[in-house]
Design a protein around this ligand. Structure first.
Ligand code: ADP
Ligand code: MG
Length: 198
């Protein structure tokens, strides 16, 4: 979730679902964005079942883990439903000041709406230097539930989208680093979802 388009919600949701599938989980992806990006990406890949908004309106199949990928500004009805139903709400942010402010506002709103657990994950972090750890530190200083790990900016994420695959599935440059970021973030999300520490 994020109050903004283009922060990487779909990229993160698709890759976390792929990682969960690799770990043997029964995972399904609910695509709540009418553009249908994550359901078409998942459909092309064939890694796990995904459902677009239209099909979800008639039937929402059950899975052990369901990942909801939201539209940039989910309407208030969807937001309260997610706050009620989801074990964990993940707010995706980028490494700039305004993204952090937007994430802080969204976290406050979600808590006010009764969200059980919220985690902030930074995405598209510049791979060189300390942007990622600086963001985590700044977020935590503001009291935000930031994961200790983050996903860096690698061109292979965009390439994988073109190919309808996950970064792990092709020998893209830097795919190993990209996938190890995804694996670390997935493990951290599982810990939070299970009620443990970040
Ligand atoms: N970690 C990343 N590294 C490089 N490019 C990324 C990364 N995350 C997202 N992108 C790119 O940013 C754009 C927006 O990503 P997307 O996941 O569609 O965002 P959202 O779902 O929040 O609108 C896409 O072109 C995607 O390939
Ligand atoms: Mg999206």
């Amino acid at each position: 979730m994020a109050d903004k388009g283009g922060v990487g919600k779909t990229t993160v949701a698709f890759h976390v679902a792929t990682r969960l599938r690799q770990l043997g989980r029964d995972v399904g992806l609910y695509d709540l964005d009418s553009r249908g990006t994550s359901s078409s990406w998942a459909g092309e890949s064939g890694y796990f079942p995904a459902y677009d908004l239209r099909s979800l309106q008639s039937h929402a199949p059950d899975h052990d883990v369901v990942i909801w990928d939201t539209a940039p500004h989910p309407d208030s009805e969807i937001r309260s439903e997610l706050c009620r139903a989801a074990d964990l709400l993940t707010v995706v942010a980028n490494g700039d000041r305004d993204s952090l402010t937007a994430a802080a506002d969204l976290c406050r709103a979600l808590h006010a709406e009764g969200a059980r657990r919220v985690a902030v994950v930074f995405n598209a972090i510049y791979p060189v230097g300390s942007e990622g750890s600086d963001c985590v530190e700044a977020a935590r200083a503001e009291g935000l539930p930031a994961l200790p790990c983050f996903i860096r900016r690698y061109a292979c994420f965009g390439r994988a989208r073109w190919d309808g695959r996950a970064v792990v599935d092709r020998a893209y440059p830097r795919a190993d680093q990209a996938w190890s970021d995804v694996a670390a973030v997935t493990a951290a999300l599982l810990r939070v979802a299970d009620g443990g520490d970040r």
